[in-house]
Design a protein around this ligand. Structure first.
Ligand SMILES: Cc1ncc(COP(=O)(O)O)c(C=O)c1O
Length: 375
């Protein structure tokens, strides 16, 4: 169709975002000192069934201060899936610790819980499960392993706002959990992040590290006992975030609904593979990723992506495995070895358009193209 363009993912700001943002501008409260930061934190903590939340500048910063707060440092090892966004490994590297990879499950694409124990050494201090594309990990099995080896869990919930496992919200299973509010996320502040925890001591430390290690409950002397970070969020971002949280269940339902439509319209097209939802979990479908079984489909992934792009449908490649990232070598990472499922995802997978406000007619159009191209 001429002039048609369906982006891979747009932000959807459908509630009080503009009203709260204008309030910041009209009152002049635009830095991190405004009231929306606290309100955003409190409403988000509640949404995650967690006691405390600390808003930060992005999801990578959230992961980093979570690790620092838990005392992860040089000489330590942190276990994480090989199939995830690079920020997970970077945050570990910032602390001087070494990321150690575990392949993902072939169906759910989340960390393969049966392969975690073989990677644990005397240096292992934490596990960082990632609820990839909104699909929750098998959190009780991860908790069992963490308890056995006395490890922390840092949940990466960047892609999974509102997802549940056995009716419990993600983010409430771990010592500290990290979220991202980047523009393509299910909830967004443009750029932004959050850490949530049920532990008061961690909560205080997270606030301390976020803001340059200024003493929290003492007058400011401008003397600092630790190295801190400027990971503050602005009142303007928090204003948008508060409005997003007010409609969090609505935004969540749109992503789930869109994913269900894709599955329905493509169910009779041979060679199209979807992520399998975690048993007893609620997948919030951050992105609609598919794999192409090229033999069954009769065309390659590359051919299909080109065909879709030619017809106004934007697509994106999936992540490259962490074990293939040469930049991690200097942290002593094993960037060799076989991570079969991760490699399969990278090789045969890509994202279809996934905005919350995607129209049913657009999904139908995309799926018809996919079906037609096979013939
Ligand atoms: C799984 C995962 N972790 C961490 C991040 C980092 O978040 P941010 O881009 O807000 O720094 C992302 C961002 O896309 C992500 O997908």
């Amino acid at each position: 169709m001429k002039n048609k363009f369906i982006p891979v993912c747009n932000a959807y700001l459908n509630g009080n975002e503009k009203k709260y943002l204008l309030d910041c501008i009209n009152t002049g409260w635009i830095s991190s000192a405004g009231k929306y930061v606290k309100e955003f934190e409190q409403s988000f903590a509640k949404y995650c069934d967690s006691k405390y939340a600390v808003a930060v500048s992005n999801g990578t910063a959230a992961l980093h201060i979570a690790l620092v707060t838990l005392g992860i440092k040089k000489g330590d090892e942190v276990i994480l899936p090989s199939f995830t966004m690079i920020a997970c490994a970077f945050a570990i590297c910032y602390t001087g610790a070494k990321p150690v990879f575990v392949d993902v499950d072939k169906d759910t694409w989340t960390i393969d819980v049966n392969k975690i124990e073989e990677k644990i050494t005397s240096k292992t201090k934490a596990i960082m499960p990632v609820h990839i594309f909104g699909n929750p990990c098998d959190m009780y099995e991860i908790k069992r392993i963490a308890k056995k080896y006395k490890l922390h869990i840092i949940e990466d919930c960047a892609e999974a706002h509102g997802a549940t496992y056995k009716n419990k919200k993600v983010g409430s299973f771990s010592s500290i959990a990290a979220f991202s509010f980047f523009a393509n996320k299910n909830l967004t502040t443009g750029e932004g992040g959050m850490v949530v925890t049920n532990n008061k001591k961690y909560y205080e430390k997270l606030k301390y590290y976020r803001n340059m290690c200024y003493p929290l409950n003492k007058p400011r002397t401008y003397e600092h006992e630790d190295i801190g970070f400027n990971y503050r969020i602005t009142n303007m971002q928090a204003a948008v975030g508060l409005a997003q949280v007010e409609k969090a269940n609505y935004y969540r339902s749109l992503r789930i609904q869109n994913n269900n439509l894709y599955r329905q319209y493509l169910k009779n097209v041979p060679g199209i593979i979807f992520q399998k939802n975690q048993k007893n979990g609620l997948n919030v479908n951050w992105m609609n990723a598919i794999l192409i079984d090229e033999k069954q489909y009769g065309k390659t992934k590359k051919q299909l992506m080109e065909y879709l792009n030619k017809n106004g449908v934007d697509t994106r490649l999936l992540f490259t495995g962490l074990h293939k990232q040469k930049c991690l070598k200097k942290y002593g990472c094993n960037i060799i070895g076989k991570y079969k499922e991760t490699e399969k995802l990278t090789k045969y997978g890509f994202y279809l358009p996934s905005s919350s406000d995607l129209q049913q007619s657009d999904i139908k159009y995309i799926c018809n193209l996919i079906a037609k191209f096979r013939r």
